[in-house]
Design a protein around this ligand. Structure first.
Ligand code: IPM
Ligand code: MN
Length: 408
């Protein structure tokens, strides 16, 4: 380890101090299960300098347009902060599927395992039957890399319109921790008497003690580390789904005993929707299952200003995580240079945080907040007052300013 550490640039070594052990491990890119990055290093890369390896999947629809801006901002912030990274692009998505019938070939899965993170644009193509790409690419990657947390911040940035009357940035700032590998999304079920009048379709919610516990534990740790109101809400449906939510409830209460500094409460999912609209300020961190998390984070995206700003991370704290804007491929805006790239840019910021580049992540978020606060007319596609690429440029120039002001 010592010799590996000394290969780093002094700045990278300095930043490594003060990281959590997990972050340090990720920043080193030395998880025991994965090959050392140095072994696969390309000859052009200057010897002796560590760089994060990032797999880029631009994907479908507007995915490539927003990723271009995300990568532009990544470059700008790396120039300023001094960390190094390299990218490799993968053409997974609808076009490749239509040409070759391939979704994610095994060879690609193997290659992806050698990266530090995956940065994804969007998956979903109007000419492919719904479900094929979503399950075959997006869910496939989440499950294959055991990205058991889907982390979705719901934060209203300055100057952003919210449909909630009388609510501002001081009221809307919470994070949803969505379980990301189990529940109804596991794909378990069957048809009985398919196609007859007596047809029955079963869709099973599969919850394991281990799966629930690791998610709940992550949520407690996250609430503690976030260090805001230190309040964790379990969002479920204990009054009706009495098997699954009994397990969740018991697990939550048992794990809670280890976190005396974190306050806990419980809300049914329907009530959670109600409070998210009426009193969003009550929430700090919410932990929930896969399906409920999927649903409440679309509501969350709306109250934070829309799909144009909502970012998420599919996280395996011990492995390879994948970061994405949660808005989808928006086919009708494709190629028009009108889609909002901020969600992709913010997803890049989350990726930096998880790689251990916290300062870079903060600077990027600050710059996005300045741009929403001072420049954009709206966060909706075509109504921003700027094109997609201009919004990327605005964030980059703001980043440069932030660093100049800081260095004065
Ligand atoms: C999301 C999406 C996906 C999900 C779909 C496309 C499979 O809605 O990321 O929220 O349900 O997780
Ligand atoms: Mn969704």
């Amino acid at each position: 380890m010592q010799s590996e550490r000394s290969e780093r640039s002094p700045e990278q070594a300095k930043r490594a101090e003060g990281r959590s052990p997990e972050q340090a491990k990720r920043a080193e890119g030395r998880s025991p299960e994965r090959p050392k990055r140095a072994e696969g290093r390309s000859p052009e890369r200057p010897k002796g300098v560590e760089a994060y390896k990032i797999a880029v999947i631009p994907g479908d629809g507007t995915g490539p347009e927003v990723m271009k801006e995300g990568l532009k901002c990544l470059k700008a912030v790396s120039d300023k902060c001094g960390f190094k990274y390299e990218t490799a692009e993968y053409d997974l998505g609808g076009e490749r599927y239509m040409k070759t019938k391939e979704l994610v070939p095994d060879s690609v899965l193997k290659e992806l395992a050698g990266f530090d993170a995956i940065y994804l644009g969007a998956i979903g193509h109007p000419d492919v039957k719904p479900g094929i790409l979503e399950q075959g690419i997006l869910l496939k990657l989440r499950f294959h890399f055991d990205q058991y947390i889907n982390l979705r911040p719901v934060k209203l940035y300055p100057g952003v319109w919210t449909p909630l009357k009388d609510k501002g940035p001081e009221h809307i700032d919470f994070v949803v921790v969505r379980e990301n590998t189990e529940g109804l999304y596991k794909g378990l079920g069957e048809f009985k008497n398919k196609g007859t009048k007596d047809e029955i379709a079963l869709q099973i919610s599969h919850n394991t003690r281990k799966g629930v516990e690791r998610c709940v534990r992550f949520a407690f740790e996250y609430t503690r580390k976030r260090n805001k109101r230190k309040n964790l809400t379990l969002c479920g449906k204990t009054n009706v789904l009495t098997y699954a939510w009994d397990l969740w409830d018991r697990t939550f209460n048992e794990v809670a005993k280890e976190y005396n500094d974190v306050k806990t409460d419980y809300a049914h999912v329907d009530a959670t929707c109600m409070w998210m609209v009426k009193n969003p300020e009550w929430f700090d961190v919410i932990v929930t299952d896969n399906m409920f998390g999927d649903i409440i984070t679309d509501l969350g995206a709306m109250i934070q200003g829309g799909m144009g700003i909502a970012a998420g991370g599919n996280i395996n704290p011990e492995g390879i995580s994948m970061f994405e804007p949660i808005g989808g491929s928006a086919p009708k805006y494709t190629g028009k240079n009108v889609i909002n790239p901020l969600a992709a840019i913010c997803a890049g910021g989350m990726m930096l945080e998880y790689l251990g580049e916290e300062k870079a992540a903060n600077m990027l978020e600050k710059s996005v907040m300045k741009v929403t606060g001072e420049k954009l007319k709206s966060l909706s596609a075509g109504k921003m007052g700027y094109s997609t690429s201009e919004v990327g440029d605005l964030v980059c120039s703001r980043l440069n300013l932030e660093f100049e002001e800081r260095d004065l």
